[in-house]
Design a binder for this molecule. Structure first.
Ligand SMILES: Nc1nc2c(ncn2[C@@H]2O[C@H](COP(=O)(O)OP(=O)(O)O)[C@@H](O)[C@H]2O)c(=O)[nH]1
Ligand SMILES: [Mg+2]
Ligand SMILES: [Zn+2]
Length: 369
């Protein structure tokens, strides 16, 4: 029996929607399955194992969704060490009681963890579109949005800038035009998230099998958007859900079915986003600046006072906003710093493992961590 037969066998069954608040016709493609994942299965796996998508990650267990419904699966030491993320595809054993394999991800959102060891922290896997949310008021901060954009570009995820609270803005057109100048190369959607008309402008980014994630500061409307697009009933006005004092009122990330098809992952607590290895993503956000760099006279130009600097020339000519250059320099430096720390942490871990014994280090390298 193939995995596709498997989904067909069950898709017509009436489901208890109280226990199973997911769309009635759950197919693998509807869950986000695609040839990218299908091609990773051997014939044997295809016949005996069940693909499942992780919809919530707990300390020692995950919630998954298969075409037959949700399951809770204990995480073995192996998968605790590998690390799984919300949105991941895994294969379940024939008894549906354990994970046998983590499938290669299409995309992965990660950040530098707050811990001292500079490790990477997984945010979400297999996201297609990142809705970067900001309001049209004091929250609007291009430097912060550029960090989110760099993260999306680096992960090969389509970013959409969603400007909420247009209804509270004195001159929305001027505000939106300003945002487009600050953040070129990104699609901007400006909405009042509290109205059906506003939400309808987001529906075009959803669709069967597509996975969206929301990123943005507290209070910008993420829960409002999630509740409107899905059957979730998240608390809104949770302005303390990710502040520095750690008063988390929002629960763990979860994956919600979008009423018009697709999935939405909410990512609370993402305000202090620390970048990790996003150099290429940063250059994509600042493509206009990055394109100037090869034109500088010196290879190691710092774009400050060097003669023949194409970047400084663009500022003199008025074609580059000096504030934009300052943000690019700051973000590039931060990414380089974090990435160096991570490389150092890995090197330290390797030398410790060598002292303890080579076996573990070898196993780790094989899995590509
Ligand atoms: N006027 C207006 N209020 C909004 C809009 N979007 C969200 N809100 C309100 O802003 C507050 C915070 O929204 P919430 O969804 O909790 O933000 P979150 O912290 O990002 O999840 C709530 O009172 C929402 O009703 C909008 O587009 N216009
Ligand atoms: Mg919220
Ligand atoms: Zn230069």
């Amino acid at each position: 029996m193939s995995v596709y037969d498997h989904s067909r066998d069950f898709s017509g069954l009436p489901l208890n929607t109280r226990q199973f608040p997911f769309p009635m016709s759950l197919s693998l493609p509807g869950l986000g399955w695609s040839p990218h994942f299908q091609s990773q299965l051997s014939v044997d796996e295809f016949d005996t194992l069940t693909p499942a998508r992780i919809s919530q990650v707990h300390r020692n267990a995950v919630e998954v969704i298969t075409t037959t419904g949700p399951h809770r699966i204990h995480l073995s030491a192996e998968f605790l060490q590998i690390g799984v993320a919300i949105g991941d595809w895994v294969l379940l054993s024939p008894m549906l009681d354990e994970i046998t394999r983590l499938l290669d991800r299409k995309t992965l959102l990660q950040r530098r963890s707050a811990a001292e060891n500079a490790s990477a922290q997984l945010i979400a896997a297999n996201v297609d579109t990142l809705l970067i949310v900001s309001s049209c008021n004091a929250d609007y901060n291009p430097a912060r949005l550029e960090r989110y954009l760099a993260l999306a570009h680096q992960a090969d995820i389509e970013p959409i800038l969603v400007l909420t609270k247009v209804d509270t803005c004195d001159d929305p057109d001027a505000f939106i035009a300003g945002a487009r100048l600050d953040l070129p190369n990104v699609q901007v959607v400006a909405i009042d998230a509290t109205t059906a008309a506003g939400i309808s402008l987001l529906v075009g980014f959803c669709g069967a099998g597509k996975t969206l994630a929301l990123l943005g500061s507290s209070g910008v409307g993420k829960s409002t958007i999630t509740n409107a697009l899905t059957d979730a009933a998240l608390e809104t006005q949770g302005i303390r859900d990710d502040d520095a004092k750690g008063r988390h009122t929002t629960t763990a990330r979860s994956m919600h079915a979008i009423k018009t098809g697709g999935w939405l992952i909410d990512t609370p607590g993402m305000r202090a986003l620390r970048l990790l290895d996003v150099g290429e993503g940063v250059d994509m956000v600042f493509q206009d600046v990055a394109d100037l760099v090869p034109l500088c006279k010196f290879n190691d130009c710092a774009h400050e006072t060097e003669p023949g600097c194409a970047v400084q020339k663009a500022i003199k000519d008025g074609t580059l906003d000096p504030k934009r250059l300052a943000r690019w320099l700051k973000l590039s430096a931060e990414d380089a710093h974090n990435s160096r720390d991570l490389a150092q942490a890995h090197a330290n871990a390797r030398s410790t493992e060598k002292k303890v014994g080579g076996g573990r280090a070898k196993g780790k390298a094989k899995r590509g961590n």
